[in-house]
Design a protein around this ligand. Structure first.
Ligand code: TYC
Length: 102
């Protein structure tokens, strides 16, 4: 950027260079031990799904090994991952939940 740009030009340029914040997928991973009903409860409580949606996603993870339960900005995604993992460990289930850039 040249040194001679006006303030207005600098403000305009800054706007052009701004990217939207990255979004993150939250993934649930299958395991052999976590009860199906517990996974459904997690999807309802932390991802606001109804019984039908939650059952569909749980069965997708159960049969395919992994499934997306939501897409969020980084801070919301990392909070939800922590909450799901903590809730699972408190209930003594090994459910894995991770995030990856979309
Ligand atoms: N595979 C588990 C069972 O048979 C159910 C399950 C589904 C576990 C989804 C984890 O993310 C998961 N009880």
């Amino acid at each position: 950027m040249s040194a001679s740009k006006s303030d207005a030009a600098l403000l305009t340029q800054k706007k052009v260079e701004q990217k939207p914040p990255p979004l993150y997928k939250i993934l649930l991973l299958n395991d052999d031990f976590t009860p199906m009903d517990f996974v459904i409860e997690v999807l309802k409580v932390f991802f606001s799904m109804d019984q039908e949606q939650a059952t569909r996603i749980m069965l997708k993870v159960h049969t395919e090994g992994v499934g997306v339960c939501g897409i969020y900005p980084e801070d919301i995604a990392s909070t939800k991952v922590k909450q799901v993992v903590e809730f699972s460990r408190i209930n003594q289930h090994p459910l894995r939940c991770v995030m990856e850039e979309n």
